[in-house]
Design a protein around this ligand. Structure first.
Ligand SMILES: [Zn+2]
Length: 258
């Protein structure tokens, strides 16, 4: 009898343990898994749209940031190349890096490019509290509004690190903010031996279109900055040759041709 009682206690402990594990897995699935599945579906949608319109959408993240170097040299150089080809792109700005670089933001706008928001502190929304993540999204838009003297809420939003949690996803959905991922990574943040502007030119020669992710923050490693410029020039030259339009993300999402 004592042996049976012991077996029952062990059995019920196992069931409680299993229930806890299942609850944790369920919570993780809801909090991270649903936004992840949503991300994959949005990326498929972008792929379909770029193929349909046979176009490129160039997107630049993290411009003017202090990650590895000061200033906005690369952003300015990118703007010069875009002006040379007379095409428009989308810049996803990190709010806290704007201060002191307001004139670059106003140039982005004045040159006719689209401005998107990339959070205020560039946080990983899977690692911080949902409320901190939410306030990061709101603050990012507020800073852009202050600079541009507007009061818009629905700037296209690119989640930092491409990661959203469920609460942020719901907030963006309720505010009708377009969430924008990418279909092709330029690879400019990869290790030096993996960065290859020839790979980018080959892609631009053959593919039916792409939403390209690039980063326009200055780096101490000049070869990375150079790689971005060569790749962007390469894509634009190929797009020009193949008569493929360059769209902003909003034009692409609305289905407008340039
Ligand atoms: Zn980023």
């Amino acid at each position: 009898m004592p042996y049976r009682q012991e077996t029952n206690i062990v059995g019920s402990n196992e069931i409680i343990f299993l229930r806890v594990i299942i609850s944790i897995l369920g919570a993780v699935f809801l909090y991270i898994g649903i936004p992840w599945i949503h991300k994959q579906s949005l990326r498929l949608l972008l792929k379909r749209k770029t193929r349909k319109f046979k176009c490129f959408a160039l997107t630049f993240d993290d411009g003017m940031s202090f990650h590895n170097g000061p200033g906005a040299k690369l952003t300015t150089a990118v703007l010069d190349i875009l002006a040379q080809y007379n095409v428009k792109a989308t810049f996803f700005l990190v709010g806290r890096h704007i201060t002191g670089r307001e004139e670059v933001v106003t140039r982005i706008k004045a040159d006719g490019h689209e401005i998107g928001v990339h959070g205020y502190e560039h946080l990983n929304y899977w690692k911080v509290s949902p409320f901190r993540a939410l306030s990061d999204i709101k603050r990012g838009s507020e800073v852009v509004n202050e600079i541009l003297r507007t009061s818009r809420v629905a700037y296209p939003f690119r989640p930092p690190y491409g990661k959203l949690n469920l609460l942020c996803l719901l907030y963006l959905w309720i505010c009708r903010v377009p969430i924008v991922y990418w279909t092709f990574d330029l690879g400019d943040t990869w290790p030096a031996d993996k960065r290859d502007s020839q790979r980018i030119v080959a892609m631009a020669k053959e593919c039916d279109g792409a939403v390209v992710l690039a980063h326009d923050f200055d780096r101490i490693d000049e070869s990375a900055n150079q790689m971005v410029l060569e790749s962007v020039s390469g894509i634009l030259a190929q797009a020009d040759k193949r008569a493929m339009p360059l769209l902003t993300v909003s034009q692409l999402l609305k289905g407008h041709k340039q």
